[in-house]
Design a protein around this ligand. Structure first.
Ligand SMILES: Cc1ncc(COP(=O)(O)O)c(C=O)c1O
Length: 473
C-alpha cells in the first residue's frame, strides 16, 4: 500500500524522537520551517504533526508551537485518544429540540419525572414568598449568591467531612452554568483537557465552545474509570483540567469506589491538574451513605465541585453552585459578564425549605421511588429485549443503558422511535468518537403506567426488528 506523504514525514520525525535525538520538551521546527526543510506542502506537514500529537509523541502550546512529549513512559493506551476537532453543538441542539415535542414519551430526558420533584412544601413557600417585594431583592442575591443559602450548602459539605465556609461557594444558574464557568476560569483556548470517553454532552459542548483539545480516558468494566490509562495520558499530555463524573455517572450510571477516587486524587495532586467534578446526581444514591465526592480528597484546592438542585427539586429552578474556594472571585467576574445570578425568589425559597427537615425527608422518599421505578423498568426490559441486547444496570440514579448489538446504530433507533413518539437518548450524544459500542439511555424515573408499558413494548419490538434485520444482512 502506498504511504501517504504525511505518514512518511511523521515516520521520519517519530524516529528522531524515539532515538532521543529530539529530547523531551524540545520545540519542533515551526510548520513553515518544516515546509522549507522537508519540501512537503503545509497541509502534509500539518497532518504529520497532528498524527504525532494524536499518538502522544508531541504536544502543542497555544501560540508557541509543537514540543516533544516525555518518552520515558509506557506507550499510550490506544483506548485513550485525542479527540478530533469537536463539532457536536448542532447535533445536540437538534436532539434537544426533537425531544421538546408535546405528548412525547420522554425516556430520553435527563431530568427525573417532574411529578416526583417539586415537593408541596416548597411550592407553598414559593407562593408565600412571591407576595412580598423583599423576596425579589437583587442586591442580596447577586454573585456569589444568597449568603444564607451558601451557609446551608457549606454546612452540607461539612457534614461529609469537607471543611467549607460560605465564601467557598458561588451560587450559579444551575449545574451546567457552574461547570461552564469553572472550565472557562481554568483554561485558555488550545489547552488539553481530559473527559471520560462516554460523558455528558454538556462537557463536549463546553470544550467546543472554548476551543479546547480533548483527550478521553476509557471506561473500565469494574472500576468505572481506567486509572492506568488515566495515568498514562496525563504523563503524555500537558493536561490542564479534567472534567469528570464519579457518582451516578450520566449516562452509564456507575459510582467510582473510594479506592479509585483516592488513586485519581493522588495523581491529580502529583501533577497539579485541576478537576471539575460534575456531581449533579450526588443525592440520588442507593444505600445508606452518600458517596464521597472527589472534593473530599482534595488537599490543594484543585477540585471545583459542581452540583445543583435540578435533579432533586426541579431543573426549572435553575439553581446550582460551585465549590470555588480560591477561584470564587474569578468565577464571579465571569458570572457578572454572562448569566449574572440565579433567580432571587427561588434562592430565598430554597433557604426556607432547606433550613427545615423537609429536604432530607423529600430526598429519602425520592431515592426510594427512583429505585423502585428503575427496578420495574429493568425487569420488564430484561424479559422482553432481544438476546442480542444487554442492559447495563448500576445502583443509584435513574438511567438504564441498553447496549446494542454490533453494527446497530443508536441514531437509527432513536429516529425510528421518535417517529413513534418515543424519545430515547442515543450514545452518539455521549461518545464523540462513534467507534465505541452503541447504546441508548433510558430515563426510568417514571411511575409505571399503561402508557410507559406500551412505550417499552414499542421499544423492544423495534429493537427485535432491528436485531433480526442485522442478523439477516
Ligand atoms: C451530568 C450532568 N451534568 C450537568 C447537568 C446540568 O444540570 P443543571 O440542570 O443543574 O444545569 C446535567 C443535566 O442533565 C447532567 O446530566
Amino acid at each position: 500500500m502506498p504511504m501517504y506523504k504525511s505518514d512518511q514525514l511523521a515516520h521520519q520525525l517519530k524516529s528522531l524522537i524515539e532515538k532521543n535525538i529530539w529530547k523531551a520538551h524540545t520545540k519542533l521546527p515551526s510548520l513553515r520551517e518544516q515546509v522549507e526543510s522537508s519540501g512537503f506542502s503545509l497541509m502534509t506537514v500539518m497532518n504529520a504533526y497532528q498524527k504525532l500529537e494524536a499518538q502522544g509523541l508531541i504536544y502543542s502550546k497555544e501560540k508557541s508551537g509543537y514540543f516533544v512529549a516525555e518518552q520515558t513512559k509506557p506507550a499510550l493506551d490506544s483506548a485513550s485518544t485525542l479527540a478530533p476537532k469537536i463539532e457536536i453543538n448542532s447535533s445536540v441542539f437538534k436532539y434537544l429540540k426533537s425531544i421538546q415535542t408535546p405528548n412525547l414519551v420522554s425516556l430520553g430526558s435527563a431530568f427525573p419525572d417532574s411529578e416526583l420533584l417539586l415537593p408541596i412544601k416548597l411550592r407553598q413557600i414559593v407562593s408565600q414568598l412571591a407576595r412580598y417585594p423583599k423576596s425579589y431583592d437583587q442586591t442580596t442575591n447577586l454573585p456569589p449568591g444568597n449568603l444564607a443559602l451558601r451557609k446551608i450548602i457549606a454546612q452540607r459539605y461539612c457534614m461529609q467531612g469537607i471543611p467549607t465556609q460560605a465564601d467557598d461557594i458561588v451560587i450559579t444558574s444551575g449545574g451546567l452554568d457552574a461547570l461552564n464557568l469553572s472550565l472557562q476560569a481554568l483554561t485558555q483556548p488550545g489547552d488539553y483537557i481530559v473527559l471520560q470517553q462516554t460523558t455528558f454532552y454538556g462537557a463536549w459542548q463546553a470544550a467546543e465552545r472554548l476551543g479546547l483539545k480533548v483527550i478521553t480516558v476509557p471506561e473500565h468494566a469494574h472500576c468505572g474509570i481506567d486509572v492506568d490509562a488515566f495515568e498514562q495520558l496525563i504523563l503524555h499530555y500537558p493536561v490542564k483540567v479534567c472534567w469528570m463524573m464519579f457518582n451516578a455517572h450520566n449516562p452509564l450510571g456507575f459510582t467510582v469506589s473510594e479506592e479509585i477516587k483516592f488513586k485519581i486524587a493522588k495523581l491529580l495532586h502529583q501533577h497539579h491538574i485541576h478537576l471539575i467534578e460534575d456531581d449533579v446526581y450526588e443525592e440520588l444514591f442507593d444505600g445508606l451513605n452518600k458517596p464521597l465526592p472527589m472534593k473530599y480528597y482534595d488537599q490543594n484546592n484543585l477540585v471545583m465541585h459542581c452540583s445543583s438542585f435540578s435533579k432533586t427539586l426541579g431543573a426549572g429552578f435553575r439553581v446550582g453552585w460551585v465549590y470555588a474556594g480560591k477561584y470564587s472571585e474569578h468565577i464571579q467576574h465571569l458570572q457578572l459578564m454572562s448569566t449574572i445570578s440565579a433567580n432571587t425568589l427561588v434562592q430565598n425559597a430554597l433557604v426556607e425549605f432547606l433550613s427545615s427537615h423537609h429536604y432530607e425527608k423529600h430526598l429519602r422518599s425520592l431515592r426510594l421511588k427512583l429505585k423502585k421505578n428503575k427496578k420495574r423498568f429493568y425487569h420488564y426490559l430484561k424479559q422482553n429485549l432481544p438476546t442480542q441486547c444487554r442492559i447495563h444496570y448500576e445502583l443509584g440514579g435513574y438511567f438504564l443503558c441498553i447496549m446494542l448489538p454490533e453494527q446497530a446504530s443508536s441514531e437509527e433507533i432513536y429516529k425510528t422511535l421518535l417517529n413513534q413518539n418515543i424519545a430515547v437518548a442515543p450514545s452518539i450524544l455521549f461518545n464523540y468518537s462513534q467507534q465505541h459500542q452503541q447504546f441508548i439511555r433510558i430515563n426510568c424515573s417514571f411511575d409505571w403506567s399503561n402508557h410507559i408499558q406500551s412505550a417499552l413494548d414499542v421499544l423492544t419490538i423495534t429493537l427485535k426488528q432491528l436485531s433480526n434485520a442485522k442478523l439477516e444482512t
